[in-house]
Design a protein around this ligand. Structure first.
Ligand code: PAF
Length: 279
C-alpha cells in the first residue's frame, strides 16, 4: 500500500495505471475509520483494479470550528485498517495541498441542499462538494464509493457530478450497523456508555417505521417515532421525516417509489444521523 501526500505524486502514480486501462475506485473519507469504511473498500475492490482511499478532514464542510477541532484523527490506526482491508493507495494531503489559495466555491446543488442537514449545517454541502470535486480532479476515478448513512450527501455529490458532467460513477453502499442497530459512524467514539445506550432509539424508531410502513399512515408513523425519541433522556431531536428520496421533501403518499425515513438528533454532545429506505 502506497502512502501519498501530494496531488502531483498521486497523478504520477496513477498515470501509468490509467494508460494500462486499470479501473480506478476512490473511497473518500475523513479518517477515524470503522467497519463501515472497510465495507466501502471491500465493495470498491470487487469493482475496480486499484482502490484509492483519501483521508482528509475537510475544513470547509464544518460549520462549527469546535466540531472540526475535536474531529478524531487516529492516523496510525487508519493506515493499519486500510492495509488490512487491501487498499492500494492512501492519499493524505495537507490542508495547504488541497486549498493552496483562498477560493470561493458556490454551485447550484438544487433545493434539497437547504433541507434537513442543510438547514442545521448551513453551507455544509458546498464544502463537501468542493472537496469531493478536488479529490475527483486529483484521482480522476472511474467509480467513487459513499455510504448511504449520509443519504443527503450522496444526493448532493450526484448533483455536483451532474453539474460538472464528470465521468465518474457514484456507488451508494449500505449502512453498516453494530449488532444492536447503532449505525457505524466516526462520531460514535464521542458517545459515553450512557449516550450510546440512548442513541439506540434512533435506529429503533427508524425500524419501527419500516416495520409498520405498510399498515399505518405516515402521520401516525411519524408521531410514534418522534414520541419514542422525545421520551429518551439525553436525546434532542433535530428532525425525523419520511421524505421523497430525490427531493427530500416530506411525503405522505406511500405510493411514491423512493421513500426514505431520515433522522438527526443530538445525543449528549454528539450529533448523529441515520436513515432507512422504505421502498
Ligand atoms: O463523508 C465524509 O467522510 C466526507 O463528507 C467526505 C465525503 C469524505 C468529504 O469530506
Amino acid at each position: 500500500m502506497k502512502l501519498i501526500n501530494t496531488i502531483a505524486a498521486l497523478k504520477t502514480l496513477l498515470e501509468p495505471l490509467k494508460t494500462a486501462q486499470k479501473r480506478i475506485a476512490l473511497v473518500p473519507t475523513m479518517g477515524a475509520l470503522h467497519k463501515g469504511h472497510v465495507s466501502l473498500i471491500d465493495l470498491a475492490k470487487q469493482q475496480a483494479d486499484i482502490v484509492v482511499c483519501s483521508i482528509f478532514v475537510n475544513p470547509t464542510q464544518f460549520t462549527d470550528p469546535k466540531d472540526l477541532e475535536k474531529y478524531p484523527r487516529p492516523l496510525e490506526h487508519d493506515i493499519k485498517m486500510l492495509e488490512d482491508a487491501g487498499c492500494n493507495i492512501v492519499f493524505m494531503p495537507s490542508v495547504k495541498e488541497m486549498y493552496p489559495v483562498k477560493e470561493n466555491w458556490h454551485i447550484d446543488l438544487g433545493n434539497a441542499e437547504f433541507l434537513l442537514e442543510g438547514e442545521f449545517r448551513k453551507g455544509h454541502y458546498q464544502g463537501v462538494t468542493q472537496i469531493v470535486k478536488k479529490l475527483f480532479d486529483a484521482v480522476n476515478p472511474d467509480l467513487a464509493f459513499f455510504g448511504q448513512k449520509d443519504f443527503q450527501q450522496v444526493l448532493m455529490i450526484e448533483n455536483m457530478v451532474r453539474y460538472f458532467k464528470l465521468p465518474v460513477q457514484i456507488i451508494t453502499c449500505p449502512i453498516i450497523r453494530e449488532g444492536d442497530g447503532l449505525a457505524m459512524s466516526s462520531r460514535n467514539i464521542h458517545l459515553s456508555a450512557e449516550d450510546r445506550q440512548h442513541a439506540l432509539v434512533l435506529s429503533k424508531a427508524l425500524y419501527y417505521v419500516k416495520e409498520h410502513f405498510a399498515a399505518e399512515p405516515v402521520a401516525e408513523l411519524l408521531a410514534v417515532a418522534k414520541k419514542m425519541i422525545d421520551s429518551t433522556p439525553g436525546v434532542v431531536l433535530d428532525y425525523f421525516t419520511i421524505a421523497n428520496g430525490e427531493t427530500l421533501l416530506p411525503e405522505s403518499d406511500k405510493q411514491v417509489k423512493n421513500l426514505v425515513a431520515l433522522v438527526a438528533a443530538k445525543v449528549g454532545e454528539t450529533r448523529l444521523i441515520d436513515n432507512v429506505l422504505l421502498s
